[in-house]
Design a protein around this ligand. Structure first.
Ligand code: SAH
Length: 503
């Protein structure tokens, strides 16, 4: 049995993109992940599907969260030869009890490593536009805990020392005692008009921030609806918050948006939404799978020379066909002499990536237009190959056949509903979602299936569709469509979402 090992990994303050590359690699390889209550659950999407995920705040046997239970679990799992990731909020060695955990590991003779994370002490002010140091205002910063309450004789900070520290003071775990801390600093000699700011849930969709001065900050922050977890910043740099509070100003800041696309395709839409400040919940509503049986497709591919046109209605079809060509010992040269039509830009790009330029891209990316424009090209008597998924609609082949074409449809890939998505979807909508995006009619149908056909999950949610056909499908399933992209592209879908939320 190989030797187990424990990796203390800093998850960063909230935004899952703030995980380090090393942390990501360790998460992907972990057999067991023991995670803190505050971490963003989307980080766990990186784990292997069979990894054991343990919420350190809720042990399965009902025992409460306790440091010794966590330590025991780490030791036992590592002794079983497992790679254990202990995923901790922010940085593991900044007020995270990481020190105690590695002491326990060393004592038990378990090898460990520590991967730092972005601490909230730095990230929360950064996401609120507060630089901790600044050539004009601050040449140092100090991070203290606020949980050592003023008045607690045993462990109390020496506030006269802290009040005299040069530069910026950052206080973690201080929300509950904010008023007492501010008083203690003033009593210890810090001017009461010293600028101060509070950032709660920094670098997350729930971020809120407020600024004032030492004597007003407790009141101001409470009135602005802030709460724990919060970072408190005291010093001249806190004044910059008003001018530089960039994150909360982003066009989609704070919006929880569900992206329903295939695993293979969600990436770009999600990344672009996140770039605009949205909290993206990716729910795989369709998963593309290989066919079980390739004989029909292979037959068509081997006789490509008999066809006049090949028509692709999705990037998945392009990938499936091109991959299969290679697998059976052929390559893209087999397209020689064929004319190629695609439904839209994304499909055209997928094809271009394989070295083929489409001959026909319809003026709008819907299969009806594709059919009509092909018919306009004069396809009567032509042989048309249509590789697609098993559940594709009948509209396109009907239009082509009516136009006189000899249409050969062949399955190129399968689509299935990922079972784990059911729970994910219901949980997301129950927790509250601002918008849901649909990039195809089948994703509408699949999403409703995930929700057991219950459209009421979406009654409070803005429904955004990539085009009129998808919108029609959504209305047909009882959804009220709020947003339809002007052009059937991802960029246009995002633009429409931004417009919708800026109204
Ligand atoms: N190891 C963590 C800190 C753990 S102590 C780190 O390096 O960030 C928990 C305290 O961290 C909270 O009480 C709060 O003060 C702060 N904190 C954690 N996440 C935060 C966030 N997203 N925004 C602001 N403060 C946060």
């Amino acid at each position: 049995m190989s030797e187990g090992r424990v990796y203390l990994v800093g998850a960063g303050p909230g935004d899952p993109d703030l995980l380090t590359l090393k942390g990501l690699r360790l998460l992907r390889e972990a057999d067991v992940v023991v995670y803190d209550r505050l971490i963003d659950k989307r980080l766990l999407d990186h784990c292997k599907s069979d990894a054991e995920l343990v919420d350190a705040g809720k042990f399965p046997d009902g025992r409460g969260r306790s440091q010794s239970h966590i330590n025991n679990l780490l030791v036992t799992s590592a002794r079983e030869g497992k790679r254990v990731v202990r995923l901790k909020g922010g940085d593991p060695f900044v007020f995270g009890r990481g020190g105690e955990e590695v002491e326990a590991l060393r004592e038990a003779g378990i090898p460990f490593e520590v991967t730092p994370g972005v601490t909230s002490a730095v990230a929360a002010p950064a996401y609120a536009g507060i630089p901790l140091t600044h050539r004009d205002y601050s040449s140092a910063f100090t991070v203290i805990t606020g949980s050592v309450a003023p008045g607690r004789q045993d462990m109390e900070h020496d506030w006269t020392v802290i009040a005299k520290m040069p530069g910026t003071l950052v206080i973690l775990m201080g929300w509950r005692q904010l008023a007492e801390i501010a008083d203690a600093l003033i009593v210890a000699g810090k001017p009461k008009n010293t600028p101060a700011a509070v950032v709660s849930w920094g670098a997350t969709v729930h971020q809120k921030s407020a600024s004032g001065s030492l004597d007003t900050i407790a009141e101001v922050a409470k009135r602005a609806g802030l709460g724990a977890p919060a970072a408190i910043i005291v010093g001249d740099v806190a004044r910059m918050h008003d001018r530089l509070n960039w994150y909360e100003e982003m066009p989609l800041f704070g919006r929880r948006i569900v992206v329903t696309r295939t695993r293979q395709q969600a990436g770009r839409l999600s990344a672009l939404l996140a770039e605009l400040g949205a909290h993206v919940l990716e729910i795989p509503a369709i998963e593309v799978q290989r066919l079980d049986e390739f004989s029909d497709l292979d037959l068509c591919l081997r006789s490509l020379a008999d066809f006049d046109w090949i028509v692709f209605t999705s990037a998945n079809a392009v990938r499936a066909v091109c991959d299969r060509l290679i697998e059976i010992g052929m390559d893209i040269r087999a397209f020689h002499g064929l004319r190629v039509a695609v439904v839209g830009k994304a499909t055209a790009l997928a094809l271009l990536a394989r070295g083929v330029k489409a001959d026909l891209v319809p003026s709008s990316a819907v299969s009806r237009r594709l059919g009509e424009e092909l018919v306009e090209q004069g396809i009567a008597g032509r042989n048309v190959l249509l590789p697609r998924s098993e559940i594709a609609s009948e509209e396109l082949p009907r239009i082509l056949s009516a136009g006189g074409a000899v249409v050969r449809q062949v399955d190129a890939y399968r689509t299935v509903l990922p079972t784990e998505s059911r729970e994910m979807a219901k949980e997301a909508f129950s927790e509250g979602v601002d918008a849901v995006t649909f990039a195809s009619s089948s994703s509408v149908n699949n999403m409703l299936e995930l929700l057991d056909g219950d459209a009421s999950y979406l009654s409070e949610v803005a429904v955004a569709c990539i085009g009129p056909v998808t919108a029609e499908a959504a209305s047909g399933r009882g959804l009220k469509v709020d947003i339809v992209a002007k052009e059937a592209t991802i960029a246009s879908l995002i633009e429409s979402l931004v417009e919708h939320f800026s109204e």
